[in-house]
Design a protein around this ligand. Structure first.
Ligand code: NDP
Length: 310
C-alpha cells in the first residue's frame, strides 16, 4: 500500500477543516486536507448564508466553501478527494487509511468530519431535498416567508426551529410522534406562546407530497387513532437530531454517549495526544459555521504547539 508521511492531516472540508488548514498552512505545517464524502460539508447543502460574518449581503454555501478552500490553498494547503476508512491512533505517527488504498502517517491529526442531520428515511424526502425539504430552518426558512411549513421533531432543536420559522411564516405545524415534547420547559413555553404554531401530537409522516416545483404537502397519520390526513405546506423541516461523523475514530478517541468527540477544556485536544477535533463532530450545542471555524483555528494552533513541544 502506498504510504506518505505528513505533519498535519486535516480530515474534513467544512468551515472547521478549512479554517484549521488556513492556520496550519500559515504556520508552515504543510497540512493535507482530505475532503471526505461531502466536499465543503453541510453548508454546501444550503443556499444563502446570511449569518457568516464578513458577508454583508449574504453568500451562497458553495461560494463560501470555495473561498475558504482557495484561502487555505493560497498558503500551501494540499486538498485531496478521499475519505478516511480506518485509523490507528495507538502510536505516533498516527496511521490513517484513505479509501482503503492509501496509508498516511501523520504527526498530528485534526478531525473535522462534522455531523449529519438525521432524516426520516422516506423516498419522497430524498426526492424533495433542497426543493422544500430541509434540515436547517436558519439556513432555508427565509424562502418560506408568509407560507405554511412543518417541522418534525419534539426536542429543543425542533422547538427552536419552529419558533424561528413562526416569525417568518404564516403557519408552522410541529409534527410530534409522542404526546409530549422532549424539549426543555422553557422551549416548550416558547412554543405554547407562539400562536401560529400548531402541534400535531402522536403524528407520524407517511409521505411528503409535491409536484415539479417542490413540496406541496405532507401525508400524516395519527399513530393513536390511525386516522390519516394531509396538510398543505411548502416547506418540510427535519429536526430529529444530528449524528456526529465520529464512528471511524471512536475506537481510539473518547466520545460522549451521543458519539460527539470529547475535547479537553478550552483546547481542541482529544483523549489522544496529537489528535485534535474541531467543528460539529465535537459540538452538540452550537452547530454554526462560524463556531466551527473558530474551533478549527484553535485546533490548528493546538497542533502547532504540540509539534513544537514533541
Ligand atoms: P433530540 O435528540 O433532543 O430530539 C430529537 C427529537 O426528534 C425528539 O423529540 C424525538 O422524539 C424526535 N425524533 C427522533 N427520531 C424521530 C423520528 N424518526 N420521527 C419523528 N420524530 C423523531 O435532538 P435535538 O436536535 O432537538 O437536540 C440535541 C441536543 O441539543 C439536546 O441535548 C438539546 O437539548 C440540545 N439543544 C439545545 C438547544 C438550546 O438549549 N437552545 C437548542 C437545540 C438543541 P422522541 O422525543 O419521541 O424521542
Amino acid at each position: 500500500m502506498e504510504s506518505e508521511k505528513i505533519r498535519c492531516l486535516i480530515i474534513g472540508s467544512g468551515p472547521a477543516g478549512y479554517t484549521a488548514a488556513i492556520y496550519a498552512s500559515r504556520a508552515n505545517l504543510n497540512p493535507v486536507v482530505y475532503e471526505g464524502m461531502q466536499p465543503g460539508g453541510q453548508l454546501t447543502t444550503t443556499t444563502e448564508i446570511d449569518n457568516f460574518p464578513g458577508y454583508p449581503t449574504g453568500v451562497s454555501g458553495n461560494d463560501l466553501m470555495e473561498d475558504l478552500k482557495k484561502q487555505a490553498e493560497r498558503f500551501g494547503t494540499t486538498v485531496r478527494y478521499g475519505t478516511v476508512t480506518k485509523v490507528d491512533f495507538s502510536r505516533r505517527p498516527f496511521k490513517v487509511i484513505i479509501d482503503g488504498e492509501k496509508e498516511i502517517l501523520a504527526d498530528t491529526v485534526i478531525i473535522a468530519t462534522g455531523a449529519s442531520a438525521k432524516y426520516l428515511g422516506l423516498p419522497s424526502e430524498e426526492k424533495f431535498r433542497g426543493a422544500g425539504v430541509s434540515a436547517c430552518a436558519t439556513c432555508d426558512g427565509f424562502f418560506y416567508r408568509k407560507k405554511d411549513v412543518a417541522v418534525v421533531g419534539g426536542g429543543d432543536t425542533a422547538c427552536e426551529e419552529a419558533t424561528y420559522l413562526a416569525g417568518l411564516c404564516n403557519k408552522v405545524y410541529l409534527i410530534v410522534r409522542r404526546d409530549v415534547l422532549r424539549a426543555s420547559k422553557a422551549m416548550q413555553q416558547r412554543v405554547a406562546n407562539t400562536p401560529n404554531i400548531e402541534i400535531l401530537w402522536n403524528t407520524n409522516t407517511r409521505e411528503i407530497l409535491g409536484d415539479e416545483y417542490g413540496v406541496t404537502g405532507a401525508a400524516l397519520v395519527n399513530n393513536k387513532s390511525g386516522e390519516e390526513f394531509e396538510i398543505k405546506i411548502h416547506g418540510f423541516f427535519l429536526a430529529i437530531g444530528h449524528h456526529p461523523n465520529s464512528e471511524v475514530f471512536s475506537e481510539f478517541v473518547e466520545t460522549d454517549e451521543q458519539g460527539y468527540i470529547v475535547t479537553s477544556g478550552k483546547s481542541q485536544m482529544t483523549s489522544v495526544k496529537g489528535v485534535f477535533a474541531a467543528g460539529d463532530v465535537q459540538d452538540p450545542v452550537y452547530r454554526q459555521a462560524i463556531a466551527a471555524a473558530g474551533s478549527g483555528c484553535r485546533a490548528a494552533m493546538d497542533a502547532e504547539k504540540f509539534l513544537q513541544e514533541n
